[in-house]
Design a protein around this ligand. Structure first.
Ligand code: EPU
Length: 418
């Protein structure tokens, strides 16, 4: 097991460079399969979720060459075969292979995907998208067999703006006959990144980034190139670290517009933050004001920053309220924060109340999921003494070189194998 060890109380100074977005990259890599030629993706983050997707690509017969942050994928010799559950359950994004294989071969057999245990995370909306294109879905013992003689453009209204269902429907529809319309689509920047990549290969997608996406099917997708956008969640996590312990900490290589909801909340709290075109500076701020936060799809406050932000709310003077609207089990970090000294009441499954400011004490805690782990890393940075975070494999799934990046700006953090 990997354990992160952090000695708290060190100021953070210097620059943190933000990597490519996990939630873009994990869709771009499976999307590469739709091409009949070679595609190149730059700014790929070095995280274990990408390793798991590469394993699937190689299993299917793709040639994958990874050099620094560039990946070159040749899908000419792919064989459409069942992906073993042992690989697909490693991560949620494995289900982008469901749609990519269905789109390309009109048939796929795959198991229910894995991912952080933060709620039920059904895939009914993805299946709704496939059915709208004329596919038949057979579900048996956690395994899905999805097929069609041909996929025909359809009209789908998503019951909720699901990121996964939006991307999956796009991937399945790019090679369908005729036009597909996705209504109530998710608007996350990662979806735009995927659409631009597919268009670069020859797809005809318009409206990505709005709630109505139109896809005109095309026969063949060829060579393609794209660059992964900066990770707004990684950036947000380090911006919060700066608000906790920064001394003019520079967060570099960001698209500030993607971070608007966080930056505005931090300004409301009184955090010292100066925003420029592709970087910002943030500093530890005394007497931060409490705020109320509700997670919601983009451009609202992202659920993926809810747990990291909770650590900051323990340092505000007064009572903050936080509502989680996306997942029904995304407060598993709370009991560990409480053990460290935080004053947090869980009001019900979706609401917590945080009273601050409090001093946190270092101790042994557990990363139950990726962003819970990030929340505890932030808590460790400010805690008195040493914090040990067990099950930190979860953190490494989504944060490239987190230990190196934080040490470089003055933190005292390392990974132990225990
Ligand atoms: N939902 C359904 N049915 C569906 C799809 C979703 O009920 O068919 C529900 C989910 O249970 C959830 C909500 O709708 O309550 C939103 O789910 P969504 O499909 O938008 O999420 P996702 O595609 O599974 C991606 C990210 C998550 C991020 C969400 C929301 C990836 C691999 N994962 O998940 O990232 O929280 O969008 O922005 O892109 C993370 O990075 O820590 C993470 C969990």
């Amino acid at each position: 097991m990997k354990q992160i060890e952090i000695e708290g109380g060190h100021l953070l100074e210097g620059t943190i460079n933000i990597s490519g977005a996990k939630n873009s990259a994990v869709a771009l890599v499976p999307a590469a399969l739709l091409s009949d030629d070679v595609v190149v993706i730059n700014n790929i983050p070095n995280i274990s979720d990408i390793d798991a997707l590469n394993e699937i690509l190689v299993y299917l017969g793709a040639e994958v060459v990874r050099e620094n942050d560039t990946i070159k994928i040749n899908s000419k010799n792919i064989v459409n075969r069942e992906i073993p559950e042992s690989i697909s359950k490693k991560l949620r994004a494995s289900y982008y292979f469901m749609s990519a294989l269905l789109g390309k071969y009109k048939r796929v057999e795959m198991f229910f995907p894995g991912g952080c245990s933060i709620g039920a995370r059904p895939i009914d909306q993805t299946l709704k998208g496939f059915k709208a294109l004329g596919a038949t879905v057979i579900e048996e013992d956690n395994k899905f067999t999805i097929f069609a003689d041909k996929l025909i453009g359809g009209h789908v209204y998503l019951d909720m703006p699901s990121v996964g269902a939006t991307i999956n429907t796009m991937l399945a529809a790019v090679k369908a006959e005729g036009e597909t319309i996705i209504e109530n689509a998710a608007k996350e920047p990662e979806i735009v990144n995927v659409a631009i990549f597919l268009n670069n290969m020859g797809a005809k997608i318009t409206g990505a980034g709005t709630s109505e996406i139109r896809i005109v099917g095309t026969d063949k997708l060829g060579k393609g190139f794209t660059e992964v956008i900066p990770d707004r969640i990684e950036a947000g996590t380090y911006i919060i670290a700066g608000a906790l312990m920064g001394n003019n900490l520079k967060i570099n290589n960001i698209i500030p517009e993607h971070l608007d909801s966080l930056i505005h909340k931090l300004k409301e709290m009184g955090v010292k933050i100066e925003v420029f075109k592709n970087h910002l500076f943030v500093s530890k701020t005394p007497n931060m004001k409490p705020v109320n936060i509700k997670t919601i799809g983009y451009p609202g406050f992202p659920t993926d920053l809810q747990q990291p932000l909770t650590t900051l709310l323990t340092q505000c003077s007064g009572t903050s309220y936080l509502e989680e609207t996306i997942y029904e089990n995304r407060f598993q970090n709370i009991s560990f924060l409480r053990n460290m000294g935080a004053k947090i009441d869980q009001l019900d499954m979706r609401h917590i109340k945080i009273n601050g400011p409090v001093n946190l004490l270092g101790m042994t805690v557990e990363a139950t999921d990726l962003r819970a782990g990030a929340c505890l890393v932030l808590a460790g940075l400010i805690a008195e003494g040493t914090t040990y975070i067990n099950k930190s494999e979860h953190v490494l799934r989504g944060y490239e070189n987190i230990v190196e990046k934080l040490n470089e700006v003055g933190a005292k953090i390392r990974i132990n194998e225990i």
